[in-house]
Design a protein around this ligand. Structure first.
Ligand SMILES: Nc1ncnc2c1ncn2[C@@H]1O[C@H](COP(=O)(O)OP(=O)(O)OP(=O)(O)O)[C@@H](O)[C@H]1O
Ligand SMILES: [Mg+2]
Length: 350
C-alpha cells in the first residue's frame, strides 16, 4: 500500500544479549528516527553464534515489533562471527557482470569454506593497483547461518530483504556521521556480549575486518560463577558499575580483568593490521556495542594502544522528536544501536 511504503525498512540487529529494531523516516532531508526499541534475549537463546532456541528469538522479535507498533514488514538483518569470511582479493581486471560469473571460481581459491555451503557477495574497490589487476572485497557467508536468520524473521511475520554483515552495518552508520578524508584511517570497534567486530576504514572504506569471539558476557558469567548468582543477577550487578561505590571490589576486579583482555584483543588486531600496511597511522578508535559502556574500557584501550578512543554515537546525524524519545535514553543506548542504525540506513535510495 502507498507509493513510498515499499522503501520502508526495519533495521533488525539480532544480538546474543538483545534484539534491537530501528526504523527511520525519510520524508525530510535528514533521516528522522521513527522507531527504536530493544528487547533482551534469554542467555541460552544464542550461544557462540548458534541459534539454540529459535522459538524464543521469534517470540522476542514479535513482541519487540508489536510493542513498537511497527507496521513495516521488510527487514535488513546482519550476521557476524566465524560463519562470515571477508577478504580483499586481487582478480584480473574485468567488468562487474564478468565478475559475477567468475566470482565463484575466484572465491574457491581463497575461502576456507566449501564453496557450495556459502553465499557470495563482492564489491569492486576503487584503488586500482595495475591495469591487469583489480582489488575486490569478497564476502562469503555460510548459507546455514543466513537461513537461521531469515527463518526466525519469517516466522515472526516479517520479510527478510537484506542480509548484511555487522562490520559493514557499523561502517554505514559511521559514514552517515562522519566525512572521511581519502587517506584517513580509523578503527571501528564494536564489542557486544559475545563478539568483538573490528573494521578498519581507509577513507571511509573497509580495509581490514576481523571478528573475535569475546565480549561482555564473559564478565557476567564470571560474576555469576564467583558470587554464585543467577545470570540475571550477575548482569544487573555488572551494569550498575557506573554508580561509583556501589560495586564490590570483587565485581570491579572481574570487570577490570575482562576489560584488560578486550583491550589486548583490540591491540593485537590493530598491530596485525599495522604490520601488513606499513606507515599507516590509525587516527582514532570509535568504540560501540554494549561494552563501550564499561566505564573504564575507553580509557584503558586509549592507554594500551596510544590512539584516542571515542564512544560512537550513531544518532548524531539523525533527527528525533524529544517528546517521543527521551534524549537521555537515546544517549544511553546510542553505542548499542550502531548496528541497527547502520541496517536501517540500507533502505533503497530514491
Ligand atoms: N552499562 C554497562 N556496563 C557494562 N556492560 C554493559 C553495560 N550496558 C551493556 N553492557 C553489556 O554489553 C553487552 C551487550 O551489548 P550489545 O547489545 O552490543 O551486544 P549484542 O549485540 O546483544 O551481542 P553480540 O552482538 O555480541 O552477540 C552485554 O554483555 C551487556 O552486559
Ligand atoms: Mg551485536
Amino acid at each position: 500500500m502507498g507509493l513510498f511504503a515499499k522503501k520502508d525498512l526495519i533495521g533488525l540487529d539480532i544480538g546474543s544479549s538483545s534484539i534491537k529494531a530501528v526504523e527511520l523516516d525519510w520524508g525530510k532531508k535528514t533521516p528522522r528516527l521513527k522507531h527504536f526499541g530493544m528487547i533482551p534475549l534469554p542467555p541460552e537463546a544464542i550461544v557462540d553464534g548458534a541459534f539454540m532456541d529459535s522459538a524464543s528469538i521469534v517470540e522476542s522479535i514479535r513482541s519487540l515489533i508489536e510493542g513498537l507498533r511497527i507496521k513495516t514488514k521488510k527487514v535488513a538483518v546482519s550476521i557476524s562471527g566465524h560463519s562470515v569470511y571477508i577478504k580483499s582479493i586481487n582478480v584480473p581486471t574485468m567488468s562487474e557482470t564478468q565478475l559475477e560469473e567468475s566470482i565463484k571460481w575466484e572465491a574457491e581459491q581463497q575461502i576456507p569454506f566449501d564453496i557450495e555451503d556459502v553465499s557470495l557477495d563482492f564489491q569492486i574497490l576503487d584503488e586500482q593497483m595495475s591495469p591487469e589487476q583489480m582489488p575486490v572485497l569478497l564476502v562469503a557467508a555460510k548459507k546455514d547461518m543466513i537461513n537461521d536468520y531469515t527463518a526466525v524473521i519469517e516466522e515472526a511475520g516479517l520479510q527478510p530483504t537484506i542480509v548484511d554483515v555487522d562490520v559493514f552495518a557499523i561502517e554505514n552508520a559511521y559514514n552517515l556521521s562522519f566525512e572521511s578524508p581519502e587517506d584517513e584511517v580509523v578503527a571501528l570497534v564494536n564489542i557486544g556480549a559475545s563478539v568483538m567486530n573490528i573494521n578498519i576504514l581507509k577513507g571511509g572504506t573497509s580495509a581490514f575486518t576481523r571478528d573475535i569471539a569475546i565480549g561482555g558476557r564473559q564478565i557476567t558469567e564470571e560474576i555469576q560463577k564467583r558470587l554464585k548468582l543467577t545470570y540475571e543477577e550477575a548482569e544487573s550487578l555488572k551494569i550498575r558499575e557506573r554508580d561509583a561505590g556501589t560495586q564490590s571490589a570483587e565485581v570491579e576486579r572481574i570487570i577490570r580483568g575482562t576489560a584488560e583482555q578486550l583491550a589486548s584483543e583490540v591491540r593485537r588486531s590493530l598491530e596485525f593490521f599495522a604490520a601488513s600496511s606499513s606507515g599507516v597511522e590509525i587516527k582514532k578508535i570509535f568504540l560501540s556495542g554494549g561494552c563501550a559502556k564499561i566505564q573504564i574500557l575507553p580509557g584503558l584501550i586509549e592507554e594500551r594502544i596510544s590512539i584516542p578512543v571515542e564512544v560512537f554515537n550513531p544518532f548524531t546525524k539523525i533527527d528525533y522528536n524529544p517528546d517521543i524519545f527521551d534524549p537521555e535514553y537515546i544517549k544511553q543506548v546510542a553505542p548499542l544501536a550502531a548496528v541497527g542504525v547502520g541496517l536501517a540506513l540500507r533502505r533503497e535510495r530514491d
